[in-house]
Design a protein around this ligand. Structure first.
Ligand code: ACO
Ligand code: HSE
Length: 401
């Protein structure tokens, strides 16, 4: 097949300001960034005025979220599932009239699956600062224009405090489990440290206790790729004609990110030196298959994500230091009371296994003693989004103890 860019890909996930307003019942002074798509299954929790760790205040904030299963009368079966950098509140929706198949954890969450929605009430929010329905840079500021680059610097702790606001709206004062991977795993840790009395069990998957210099460096070049795009306009591109924006910069950032998400051996095994039709055997005049793959995902990404949100969320990952203001990483980890499962992936080059070893060593109630579970997978960091059987087996174990 001759792979091309995906110009015809239908964007998904964007909702309008008016649609959010119709759910919240009042002008939210915040919203989503692009017209055209239905609210679908999302609900919106109004969490009011929000003071960011950095000092700024946003007068009206809301989180988009979805629920799966039924909350028990005792309200004791709730599980919070937290997505990674570019995820959303869609966990698993089989195709049905009006809705295509959707969701980023279809092998993990659903009836009869490891997080069995016949038993558990699962809550999946879109994180603060994102662009899939929750308040973020593409939301409207009080002056009637999008926040853009003016949106407050957002930390992992901010995102977790916003999720806590959602828990209050839902009337859930204790989670049976909090589960998440990558950036979601950072948030799981923050939940365990910040709200120890509200988390019974937690699973930290492919995440570190702090973002290291290496990880910050990988993130910073992605941010720079977006800011260097001449169509970025300092983050004020929402009213550009014909939907122009820093699409090339965002696509380049996604290409770079993908290299951290996959393992060298997977790319080598999968694509080898194969090339697209039309390329010369020397490699000129066309694209290697792996280049086409990166182009494909880079272009596709620009159709579902806002560049300012991407910067906000990547900066939030950079902010991650579970020991900040808590006398260091080790005392912070030692303060967690929840039963914990820590999962690493042996081929993860973004958040490698030593990151999870540090966490497991210092969590007092790690179910595997002082070591993490290390999943063998060739898929690198993205393994937690692909290896449903391996991850599911461990989650099942956590929920069963
Ligand atoms: C919680 C969260 O993290 S949510 C965010 C998760 N989602 C994403 O990250 C979106 C981007 N997608 C991905 O990274 C991956 O698809 C994953 C991790 C979700 C799943 O990984 P995999 O099953 O290995 O999918 P893979 O990376 O091969 O991508 C498949 C796509 O690449 C395309 N593709 C494969 N090879 C090539 C190539 N040589 N040239 C162009 N396109 C290619 C496939 O056609 C397929 O397209 P589709 O998405 O329209 O079906
Ligand atoms: N593919 C994931 C990786 C980050 O953990 C995402 O885009 O969110």
């Amino acid at each position: 097949m001759d792979w091309q860019t995906n110009e015809d890909t239908v964007p998904s996930g964007f909702i309008t300001e008016a649609q959010i307003r119709s759910v919240l019942g009042k002008p939210p002074a915040s919203g989503a960034w692009r017209e055209g798509d239905p609210v679908g299954r999302r609900k919106f929790a109004d969490i009011g005025e929000f003071a960011f760790e950095h000092g700024e205040v946003v007068p009206h904030t809301h989180l988009a979220y979805q629920t799966y299963g039924t909350l028990s009368a005792a309200r004791d079966n709730a599980i919070l599932v937290l997505h990674a950098l570019t995820g959303d509140s869609n966990l698993n929706h089989p195709a049905e009239p009006g809705h295509p198949t959707d969701g980023w954890w279809p092998g993990l969450v659903g009836p009869g699956l490891p997080i069995d929605t016949d038993r558990w009430f699962v809550v999946a929010p879109n994180m603060l600062g994102s662009c899939q329905g929750s308040t973020g840079p593409s939301s409207m500021a009080p002056d009637g224009a999008e926040w853009g680059a003016r949106f407050p610097y957002t930390t992992i702790a901010d995102q977790v405090r916003a999720q806590h606001g959602l828990a209050e709206v839902l009337g859930i004062d204790r989670w049976f489990a909090v589960v998440g991977g990558s950036m979601g795993g950072m948030q799981v840790l923050e939940w365990g440290v910040r709200y120890p009395d509200e988390v019974t069990r937690m699973a930290v998957i492919a995440a570190p206790a702090t973002s290291s210099a290496d990880q910050i460096a990988l993130n910073s070049v992605q941010i720079q790729a977006i800011r260097a795009d001449p169509l970025f306009h300092g983050g004020a591109y929402y009213d550009a004609p014909d939907g122009e924006g820093p699409h090339q910069g965002l696509a380049l950032a996604r290409r770079m990110a993908l290299l951290n998400y996959r393992s060298p051996s997977e790319l080598n095994d999968r694509f080898q030196r194969s090339w697209q039709s039309g390329i010369s055997p020397l490699g000129g005049g066309g694209r290697f298959a792996v280049e086409s793959y990166l182009d494909f995902h880079g272009n596709k990404f620009t159709r579902r994500f806002d560049a300012n949100s991407y910067i906000t969320l990547v900066e939030a990952m950079n902010s991650h230091d579970i020991g900040r203001g808590r006398a260091g990483v080790i005392p912070a980890l030692e303060s967690v009371t929840a039963q914990t499962l820590v999962i690493g992936i042996d081929s993860d080059r973004l958040f490698p296994v030593p990151d999870q070893e540090l966490i497991a060593e210092h969590l007092p109630n790690n179910i595997d003693g002082d070591v993490p579970v290390v999943i063998e997978s060739n898929f690198g960091h993205d393994g937690f989004l692909i290896e449903f059987d391996l991850v599911g087996r461990e989650i099942t174990r956590l929920l069963a103890i």
